[in-house]
Design a protein around this ligand. Structure first.
Ligand code: SF4
Length: 229
């Protein structure tokens, strides 16, 4: 795998998706009304786990309208937080994680969100994907944030051959220039939402079809002739 192919894929997608993965937003489901600082992005990214952007947005709006600071959330009644974030699903689990997270950040980190992946991932419900999202979108640190779209499309394209998102993250970091790491999430997620849809990728309208293993394979009929349906 050459870095040139990945960079060309990202270049072409960046021309199509000029606003990146989350038009008008800094991170998954975070309303642009809220600052894209590490605290808000961290909470929104925890809320975004296993739900859709619209649900994350409603839950984070409810939460931040009622409790706008780390201190307020840390002191909040977890049951009230659970009610506020119910649109995002798993309310009790996410509420406990968010309230505990804010308490830990205040107690152990002086109210700052740490930037190191190994430290971030010690926080409740913060895995490598959430950590990478916070680093990339809120801190401007190059990071490969691998969600289901990035994992699926990277394998379809033949960029990687991996079984888990974590393997995908490490493989993409290995083969991609560091200055492009954050672009991977920014553009592949959008591509997965618009063209390379789960279960029915629209290869006929894909601008990177010639660079994609699945696209070039599906573009040929049984005799190996081009078939651009
Ligand atoms: S060619 Fe098809 S499978 Fe490949 S990235 Fe484009 S839409 Fe997805």
């Amino acid at each position: 795998m050459d870095a040139g192919r990945i960079c060309e894929i990202l270049n072409r997608l960046s021309e199509v998706y000029t606003e990146g993965a989350y038009p008008g937003r800094s991170s998954e489901g975070l309303n642009p009304e809220w600052p894209a600082d590490p605290f808000h992005v961290l909470v929104a990214t925890i809320l975004s786990q296993r739900t859709k952007d619209d649900n994350t947005r409603r839950a984070s709006d409810n939460l931040f309208n009622r409790f706008g600071t780390m201190e307020a959330i840390a002191a909040a009644d977890p049951d009230e937080v659970a009610d506020l974030i119910r649109p995002a699903g798993f309310p009790k689990q996410k509420s406990k994680a968010i309230v505990d997270c804010c308490g830990i950040l205040l107690r152990d980190f002086g109210g700052e969100v740490p930037s190191e992946t190994d430290v971030l991932t010690t926080l409740p419900m913060v895995g490598r994907k959430t950590a990478a999202c916070v680093r990339s979108y809120a801190m401007g640190i190059p990071s490969v944030c691998v969600d289901t779209h990035v994992h699926r499309i990277s394998n379809l394209m033949g960029l990687v051959s991996t079984r888990t998102p974590e393997e995908t993250e490490f493989e993409l970091m290995r083969i991609t220039p560091e200055e492009r790491w954050s672009d991977i999430n920014r553009y592949l997620v959008r591509h997965g939402q618009v063209v390379c849809l789960p279960n029915r990728p629209r290869c006929g309208s894909c601008v990177v079809r010639d660079l994609c293993r699945r696209g070039t394979e599906s573009g040929r009929d049984r005799r190996g002739h081009p078939n651009y349906s």
